[in-house]
Ligand binder design. Structure first.
Ligand code: GLY
Length: 284
């Protein structure tokens, strides 16, 4: 069985992304083990402002940047919800798993824990996202949906078909036969402060166990309703993996969703929108 690391850069790109995802993870050392390799890959994606996670995370309509992230190895997981002012939420999620008595920390408690663990204050807002927010607020004030039909319906409900931008980055690894998953997101756009998507919820945005691992991207509200990653995990080993992920994603209809998944002998990626994926493998 060879060692494999798979990543995605989120579903929802207006055009097929021309990003060399393999290059982003070329320096990830698979020898550091399954969890560390997946987390390292996601931290690289968080540091790349082209992706909606870490630096580059979408702002909330109040101008704040709240991020969610999670890490899972078979039998253990850690997550942060609505964390602010850190560079790499996925590293804080790993610290929650490894160095706290809890599985999930949220809000100011997650920030306080991050500081105790030595994560320095950091502003993940980019000039592009500041402009995006300013334009949104101007449009809302003017009652002008412009090219963003979600603005018109924002106060009533989210219009997932018109999602702007991408969401969520993720990685899964099978190394020495052990499976891991790591995910991170700035959420969707536009969204209210306090809104939480699928990413920090076990079985929704991520799952890893003895049979394999899966991470999701897309409209968090829809992914949660379907417990997407655990639904995929529960079918692993019984059917072809590509058939499983296609079937689960097709249930989303027009709502954007994508997934990458891995088992002992199969890998699969499937999305109903443009999604960048990358891979690194070594034979053992
Ligand atoms: N899938 C990311 C989110 O909905 O927040």
């Amino acid at each position: 069985m060879n060692d494999v690391l798979l990543i995605h850069g989120g579903v929802g790109w207006a055009e097929p992304p021309r990003i060399d995802m393999n290059a982003i993870i070329s320096s990830v050392d698979l020898g550091q083990g399954s969890v560390n390799a997946a987390v390292k890959a996601v931290s690289f994606l968080e540091d790349d402002p082209r992706f909606n996670a870490g630096t580059g995370s979408f702002p909330r309509i109040d101008g704040s940047v709240q991020m969610d992230a999670a890490v899972m190895a078979a039998g253990n997981f850690g997550a942060v919800i609505g964390i602010e002012k850190v560079r790499n939420p996925v590293l804080v999620a790993l610290a929650v798993m490894n160095s706290s008595p809890h599985n999930v920390l949220s809000g100011d408690g997650a920030i306080r824990f991050a500081r105790i663990m030595g994560f320095e204050e950091y502003d993940p807002m980019t000039p592009e996202n500041r402009n995006r927010l300013e334009k949104l607020l101007e449009d809302i004030k003017a009652g002008n949906p412009g090219n963003n039909p979600r603005i018109a319906s924002f106060s009533r409900k989210i219009d997932p078909e018109k999602l702007i931008g991408t969401d969520t980055v993720g990685a899964i690894a099978r190394i020495n036969g052990r499976f891991s998953a790591a995910v991170s997101t700035g959420g969707v756009f536009p969204m209210m402060r306090g809104r939480v998507g699928d990413v920090p919820f076990i079985g929704c945005g991520f799952y890893a166990g003895d049979k394999g691992a899966a991470v999701a991207t897309g409209i968090g509200e829809e992914i949660m309703k379907r417990l997407l990653c655990y639904s995929i995990y529960s079918r692993m080993g019984k059917e072809d993996l590509q058939d499983i992920v296609r079937d689960e994603i097709e249930k989303f209809g027009v709502n954007l969703a994508g997934v990458i998944a891995i088992t002992k002998d199969q890998e699969a990626t499937f999305a109903n929108g443009n999604m960048a994926v990358g891979r690194k493998a070594s034979h053992v």
